[in-house]
Design a protein around this ligand. Structure first.
Ligand SMILES: [Zn+2]
Length: 194
């Protein structure tokens, strides 16, 4: 019993890492086939689980990392004037993805609509479908594509789901329209298991 307790106490925590994830200073960790050194700092070179105490990375070989062109679903987390942060769920669940991506106003535009602010495209809590258009420090998303954009949105006043009427979204409770960058597939998210 005592042994079990000790095992629990000393059980090592594992953390998901991606290429470029900072592991720690060069004096604590060493470069190997899963880690690279840059200016005395050690970074992961692979996708895998890091055992934080030992600094060992067990790489995943069978799973692909999210890449440019992949389609993702997301929940809007924060909206600023010029960009929004989106919690990402890859459409293909076997793809490994960091949690958050960003979308900028230019990439959130649908058709010829002029967007004054990111708040005209998405609001916190909306469910979106997007494409990974670039990948630098984090995935950069885009709504450029007919079925991309907001697929489910909620009234900013009463939080009821908005209904699509023509090209616009409308709250039947508050009797008012709301602006979003709407997907052609708006409302068809019943089968999405986020
Ligand atoms: Zn409402």
């Amino acid at each position: 019993m005592l042994l079990c307790l000790l095992e629990v106490i000393f059980m090592e925590k594992e953390k998901l890492v991606f290429p470029g994830t900072h592991i720690g200073p060069g004096e604590m960790y060493q470069e190997d086939e899963t880690k690279v050194a840059e200016e005395d700092e050690i970074y992961s070179a692979v996708v895998g689980n890091l055992t934080e105490k030992e600094g060992k990375i067990k790489p995943f070989k069978e799973r692909k990392l999210l890449d440019i062109g992949d389609i993702v679903y997301g929940i809007v987390k924060i909206v600023f004037e010029s960009f929004a942060v989106i919690t990402i769920y890859p459409e293909n669940k076997s793809i490994l993805s960091p949690t958050d991506g960003v979308i900028k106003v230019m990439s959130a535009k649908k058709g010829g609509v002029y967007l004054k602010s990111m708040k005209d495209a998405v609001r916190v809590g909306d469910i979106v479908k997007a494409k990974v258009s670039d990948y630098r420090d984090e995935p950069v998303l885009s709504f450029h594509g007919d079925d991309l954009g907001v697929v489910k949105a909620f009234c900013s006043v009463c939080r009821l789901p908005l209904v699509k009427k023509g090209e616009k979204l409308f709250c039947e409770e508050c009797k008012k329209p709301e602006m979003r960058s709407v997907s052609n597939n708006y409302g068809n998210v019943g089968l999405v298991d986020l």
